[in-house]
Design a protein around this ligand. Structure first.
Ligand code: PEP
Ligand code: CO
Length: 450
């Protein structure tokens, strides 16, 4: 088993058992692509990852709240500026409502600029008498059910890198160039509240925020010039699944000599690859980025502690975020013992709630969907359980888009199964659309204040 003292190198995961690994048909091509990626600039800097750890340490201490959100899977067909902007816009709007309600800073982390790889339950997909590789996200193959599209193609690693670079470039411009100013984001929230039937329920919260904004102005705060009000810090994250890609973007920081995976600020490990003595944990234990670990209903407490000992032997506060994704019923019994055990073992963690992945169902049409009410119910239980244990419910992890999609059921606009056919564009899991996302944020705000 990997012990903290065992030698680590960016390549040491190659000696371990690996799950969810595409069967790359052309090893020479993959090696050539890895070489090309190694020659590219990093997407993020070590210092930024360190800043994020210090912000996450504040979350672990109950002094900040984490909002991590974005696509289930980013798509090579959708790199348009508008859709990146609209996703950012929704995340900023949610963050304002949550900041007001929680009374603490909200740390914004996107599932964006690199979230291209998908772990899958089945290795193959069968249609009629044809059996093909499963779709694993655009960094690996195409979603169309043809032999050509489903063949893993190493050149896609380069395409993912370039799309991540241009997405991140735009995000950096939007978040520092005035687009994210508090007064603007608040204005959008007022438009949601005034302009939609579901928004009207939240008039009270919006009025309270309006009063706070007016108060700041009256005190002489120049909202356009005050940098904390005119721009925001925004960080990127994705599941570290395709290890040749992650390895190639792993660089040694000249300041500290530590290794950082410079493909994103934060990386997480999925519910299907969080095995202690296997490749994904081995890779992540050596990089110094903040890490997320998905914690699903099958999580064994002893195993979780062993993973924490491996990934955070020095118990650095802010290094680990545990993202529980139990399902709205299972959370009632499964979460509390894990929270208690992690605390008893003295592991400092952020606890965040992913109310999406334990609540996926199939509509009669066969489409994957989620009920807004199940999502909300899991979030509500998450808050109640943490409160009852005197633990800080540190964050939310959401799959969403700023587009007007019809992928999840219910929410303010009350989408039903027939509506799923209208605009279902996700290449993987169903996402909350813009108004469902705001609906969620405002509802959470209400019970944060309760
Ligand atoms: C995801 O976050 O998209 C995902 C696949 O989650 P999990 O590993 O929790 O199933
Ligand atoms: Co998903």
């Amino acid at each position: 088993m990997s012990s903290p003292n065992e030698t680590w190198a960016p390549t040491s995961w190659r000696q371990k058992t690996i799950r969810q690994n595409p069967s790359w048909p052309d090893a020479a091509e993959l090696a050539a692509v890895e070489g090309e990626l190694r020659a590219q600039p990093p997407l993020v800097f070590a210092g930024e990852a360190r800043d994020l750890i210090s912000h996450l340490a504040a979350v672990a201490d109950g002094k900040a709240f984490l909002l991590q959100a974005g696509d289930c899977a980013e798509s090579f067909h959708d790199a348009a500026a508008d859709s990146i902007r609209d996703k950012l816009k929704i995340i900023l709007q949610m963050a304002v409502a949550l900041t007001y309600a929680s009374g603490v800073p909200v740390l914004k982390v996107g599932r964006i600029a690199g979230q291209f790889a998908k772990p899958r339950s089945e290795e193959f997909e069968t249609q009629g008498d044809q059996v093909l590789d499963t779709f694993r996200g655009h960094i690996v193959n195409g979603e169309e059910f043809t032999a050509a599209a489903r063949r893993p193609d190493a050149r896609r690693l380069l395409a993912a890198y370039h799309q991540s670079a241009s997405t991140l470039n735009l995000l950096r411009a939007f978040t520092k160039g005035g687009f994210a100013a508090l007064s603007r984001v608040h204005q959008w929230n007022q438009e949601f509240v005034e302009g939609s039937p579901q928004g009207r329920h939240y008039a009270e919260v919006a009025d309270d925020i309006e009063r706070a904004v007016r108060f700041m102005r009256a005190c002489g705060i120049d909202m356009a010039r005050e940098s904390s009000l005119s721009g925001v810090d925004f960080y990127t994250s994705h599941e570290a699944l395709i290890l040749p890609y992650e390895e190639a973007l792993t660089r040694q920081d000249s300041l500290t000599g530590n290794w950082y995976d410079c493909s994103a600020h934060m990386l997480w490990i999925g519910d299907r690859t969080r095995h202690r003595d296997e490749a994904h944990v081995e890779f992540l234990r050596g990089v110094h980025n903040p890490l997320g670990i998905k914690v699903g209903p099958s999580t064994d407490a002893d195993e979780l502690i062993a993973i924490l000992d491996t990934l955070n032997p020095q118990r650095i506060v802010g290094r680990i975020t545990l993202i529980s994704r139990m399902g709205h019923r299972t959370i009632e019994t499964a979460l509390a013992p894990l929270v208690q055990r992690v605390r008893d073992e003295g592991h400092p963690v952020v606890w965040a709630c992913d109310p999406m992945h334990g609540n996926t169902i199939r509509a009669d049409s066969g489409r994957k969907t989620r009920r807004f009410d199940d999502v909300l119910s899991e979030v509500k239980s998450f808050f109640e359980i943490h409160r009852s244990l005197d633990s800080w419910p540190g964050g939310l992890h959401i799959e969403l888009t700023g587009d007007n999609v019809t992928e999840c059921l219910g929410g303010g606009s009350d989408l039903n199964e027939a509506d799923l056919e209208t605009n279902y564009t996700s290449v993987c899991d169903p996402r909350l659309n813009a108004s469902q996302s705001l609906d969620l944020a405002f509802q959470v705000s209400e019970f944060l204040q309760a």
